[in-house]
Design a protein around this ligand. Structure first.
Ligand code: PMV
Length: 328
């Protein structure tokens, strides 16, 4: 029982921050993301009655007990669905640095969901796959579809309506997202811990929840209208609001380093000089810049000229998660 899948990472344009249920990993707010062409995870899984324990190999190294435990608990959900108790060997490769705000958990859990469901011979819809991926990591639900994607917060207690679906396919609109890598280190406060701290301590938490609906509606429309200025403004706005929640937690969470802040100013300077470029940042120090294809070289040069930016990775809208190989 073996299968291999590839899923691409995604970056939220309208951010997710906060859970309404931690056990089922139910988001408190919906979100909208762009699936990325250049960053992906490939995961191969084999289930066998001969394996005594689950074994996770991440980028050719045995994963930590915490990472293996998280993966095991996630696989239990799929094993239960399939009525199969076999343990698994999982080999996973990211083509980018793990856990530094590059959404490796998004592509990782999406690839794992697809590969494990296939290896266990579960026949599931894309919606069901997205619901399952969410239980590994909230943003992973958004890496099942390609292109422009919306994640629904849902209202049900069991999470069956908390899934992601496409707003528009990759070919709808050729925009670019350039990632400036400012650090290869793993983030200090993971997103789950950060979200919980914001929910329990930030005085702005309820205001964030209340405003999300309007941002989602506006972003959906900007994507359908191919209105780049609107998409960029909304992305920057949602990013800064999310970081305001992190900063206003107690103790405050600061995901940026000095280079991140330099880059935010540089993006705005470029914009003042007439180039439509907008930033977004996740729970880590990397800077992501949205622009149009004709401005990609200029944005890349600008990022490369900032001391401390180690590498720039260009993305277009990326494809759906897919199976690469499977036993019949
Ligand atoms: O799904 P998680 O636990 O990786 O959390 C994602 C949180 C952010 O990346 C900061 C925002 C988002 O919507 O992707």
């Amino acid at each position: 029982m073996r299968a291999k899948a590839r899923a691409h990472s995604n970056i939220a344009l309208i951010k997710y921050w906060g859970k309404r249920d931690e056990r089922l990993n139910l988001p408190a707010v919906g979100s909208i993301s762009l699936t990325l062409s250049a960053l992906w995870t490939e995961t191969e899984i084999e289930f066998s009655p001969q394996f005594q324990t689950d074994q996770l190999i991440l980028n050719d190294k045995t994963a930590s007990p915490e990472e293996t435990g998280r993966t095991s608990r996630f696989l239990d959900v799929l094993r239960k669905l399939a009525g199969i108790n076999h343990k698994a060997v999982i080999q996973s490769h990211n083509n980018f640095p793990t856990a530094a705000g590059l959404a490796s958990s998004a592509s990782g859990f999406a690839a794992l969901t697809l590969a494990a469901a296939r290896a266990l011979h579960l026949s599931l819809s894309r919606k069901e796959l997205s619901v399952l991926a969410r239980q590994g990591s909230g943003s992973a639900a958004r890496s099942i579809p390609g292109g422009f994607v919306e994640m629904h917060a849902g209202q049900s207690a069991d999470g069956s309506d908390a899934f992601a679906e496409p707003i528009a396919p990759p070919a709808h609109w050729d925009i670019r997202l350039l990632i400036g890598i400012t650090s290869g280190a793993a983030k200090k406060i993971g997103s789950t811990a950060g979200m919980n701290l914001s929910k329990t301590t930030s005085p702005y938490y309820q205001a964030w929840i209340d405003a999300q609906h309007a941002d989602l509606t506006a972003m959906r429309q900007a994507i359908l209208d191919r209105d780049f200025e609107r998409l960029g403004e909304l992305s920057e706005y949602s990013c800064l609001k999310m970081h305001a929640l992190a900063l206003s937690s107690n103790p405050g969470i600061l995901y940026w380093n000095g280079v991140t802040v330099e880059a935010m100013h540089a993006v705005r300077d470029l914009r003042r000089r007439g180039t439509p470029a907008y930033f977004t940042i996740d729970a880590g120090p990397q800077i992501k810049v949205l622009c149009l294809p004709e401005d990609e070289n200029e944005v890349r040069e600008m990022l490369e000229s900032i001391p401390g930016i180690r590498e720039v990775v260009s993305n277009k809208p990326g494809p759906d998660a897919r199976i690469l190989e499977a036993d019949e």
